[in-house]
Write a protein that binds this ligand. Structure first.
Ligand SMILES: [Zn+2]
Length: 249
């Protein structure tokens, strides 16, 4: 009887040792799993932190560009200040707010640029520049008041800025011409047209077709004579044509 009891106690302790061992092994395994998961989480946090830093760096770059743009606009005498990120970009949560501001800035730039006669009135090669030249009719030295762009017959002519048509009709040497008054003292003039598509008093948008190229008036071939004035004073239009490389021919 005592022997049986001894065997029984022996077996019981063996089992209990086994179970303790097994449960500790389970525990170890669970700890390992948790540690792996924790390591993964840490990795993810590191990744997110890195991404956050990268995003903030990008916003800082944008902010630097805006600062430069503001300086350039100021130099050009354009009254427009683009909002800078400043405090917004220290907290990624507020990036949405900053993005909204950036969008507004871009809209402001587009709107402002549309009021200035920037860009090309017709896609064509420059055949005669602004300034002193030999007159093609008299052969004498004469001042060329605008820029000549070679055109194909009936090629569309675009208004270079938003404005009001102040003249649309015959203009002596200019032939069929259109004159548009813009904001900030600017006027543009488009000459030698084949056909005028707008009327005096009409408001036009930048990029709107105002007529088609021809050779009316004092002209030796189909081309557009394009002038820009500021407060009545002639300006070399080339400066306004070549704001970017895409505008160059
Ligand atoms: Zn000309």
């Amino acid at each position: 009887m005592a022997k049986i009891l001894l065997v029984f106690v022996g077996l019981l302790s063996a089992f209990s040792i086994y179970y303790t061992y097994k449960s500790s092994a389970d525990c170890k395994q669970r700890i390992n799993t948790l540690q792996t998961k924790l390591a993964e989480k840490d990795k993810l946090i590191d990744k997110l932190k890195k991404e956050k830093e990268e995003i903030l760096a990008k916003y800082k770059q944008i902010e630097e560009k805006i600062k430069k743009a503001n300086k350039a606009l100021k130099r050009k005498g354009i009254k427009l200040t683009l909002p800078q990120g400043g405090t917004y970009i220290t907290n990624p949560k507020d990036i949405n707010l900053y993005t909204k501001k950036l969008n507004l800035s871009l809209e402001k730039i587009i709107k402002t640029l549309s009021d200035y006669p920037v860009g090309v009135p017709l896609y064509g090669r420059i055949t005669s520049r602004f300034g002193w030249r030999r007159d093609p009719f008299t052969g004498k030295r004469a001042f060329h008041t605008g820029l000549d762009l070679r055109a194909t017959y009936k090629q569309p002519i675009f208004a270079t800025a938003n404005g009001k048509v102040v003249y649309a009709g015959w203009g002596k040497g200019y032939g069929k011409m259109v004159k548009i008054k813009h904001k900030h003292g600017y006027t543009t003039l488009y000459g030698h047209m084949y056909y005028i598509k707008v009327r005096a008093g009409q408001y036009v948008k930048a990029g709107q077709i105002i007529g088609y190229a021809g050779s009316t008036g004092r002209s030796t071939g189909v081309h557009l004579h394009y002038e820009i004035r500021r407060y009545g004073k002639l300006i070399n239009p080339i400066k306004f044509l070549y704001l970017n490389s895409r505008n160059s021919f």
